[in-house]
Write a protein that binds this ligand. Structure first.
Ligand code: AMP
Length: 272
């Protein structure tokens, strides 16, 4: 495995590759969620590139950019164990010049996640587009956990005619159901226990849907009941294009939850 730091190194490597490239963009502090994406990329491509870059443009000034967990050495070891070919770990000054072409995410980026984090998706699309330009992947792997991000990236690739397959990957959870996240380390013992109500509310909704309860308001109410002790930021029921829907459409719906634990926001969702 080779660790690449500069644009030139990555571009030279990319020029020499003529077979399929699987790309997994991450912000590091790798956990089993990231590893599942990397393993899928490994299975489906000749060459695997992982990027580890805590992208400043997707953080709001009030957010946890400086505190975001960084584990470069452990991350490199994990990538090596997963038989990654290249890890791209650039400095901020490598990725950004002072004169930037800004990407403007569409209006849908200002609902749900984008409502609390205005501008977040502009930053996400900007860095992903730069990374796509550098790695020119055949297949790029994204977790369904960040469902709105996945949807906006899929649209960007479609609208800009980029020849890249976006591969959605299943959410990986802790044994007790909590969706894995680099931010879970911020939770104290009580918050960690309480956080389980998030996935419990999603399982409650899934079980009601199994009994043919498809009304969004009823499902949201029952989820709220399960999470009555939490600081719930939103529960949303949307179709795969992120339009809010009154009734579940089977195979086309996503139920999303965000709850706050102090300064930590936890996201989770199920695709039904
Ligand atoms: P991040 O490092 O948080 O930017 O995440 C990098 C990629 O890993 C994104 O595509 C995430 O959606 C994905 N990811 C993060 N957590 C999980 C998880 N628990 N299961 C599956 N994918 C995940």
């Amino acid at each position: 495995m080779k660790v690449l730091k500069t644009i030139e190194e990555l571009q030279n490597v990319r020029k020499s590759i003529t077979s399929t490239v699987g790309f997994v963009p991450t912000m590091g502090a790798l956990h089993d969620g990231h590893i599942s994406l990397i393993k899928q990329a490994r299975n489906e491509n000749d060459i695997v590139i992982v990027s580890i870059f805590v992208n400043p443009t997707q953080f709001l000034p009030t957010e946890d950019l400086d505190a975001y967990p960084r584990k470069d050495e452990a991350d490199k070891r994990i990538c090596e164990m997963c038989k990654v070919d290249y890890v791209f770990m650039p400095e901020i000054s490598t990725m950004y010049t002072s004169e930037e072409v800004l990407i403007k995410a569409p209006n849908k980026s200002y609902i749900l996640e984008g409502r609390t984090r205005p501008g977040h998706f502009d930053g996400v699309l900007q860095v992903v587009l730069k990374l796509f330009g550098l790695t020119q992947p055949t297949n790029a792997y994204f977790g369904k956990k960040d469902a709105q991000q996945l949807s906006l990236i899929t649209q960007m690739v479609r609208n800009l005619f980029l020849p890249i397959n976006i591969i959605p990957c299943e959410i990986i959870r802790e044994a007790d159901g909590l969706a894995m996240s680099s931010r879970n380390v911020y939770l104290d013992e009580v918050q960690r226990k309480d956080s389980l109500l998030i996935c419990k509310s999603l399982y409650t909704a899934a079980s009601l849907i199994g009994k043919n309860e498809l009304n969004s308001n009823v499902l949201k109410q029952r989820m709220n009941d399960v999470m009555s002790t939490l600081d719930v930021e939103y529960i949303a029921i949307v179709d795969r294009d992120f339009n809010e829907i009154e009734n579940i459409e089977l195979k086309n719906s996503i139920i999303l939850v965000v709850a706050r634990f102090g300064n930590t926001r936890l996201l989770d969702n199920i695709w039904v």
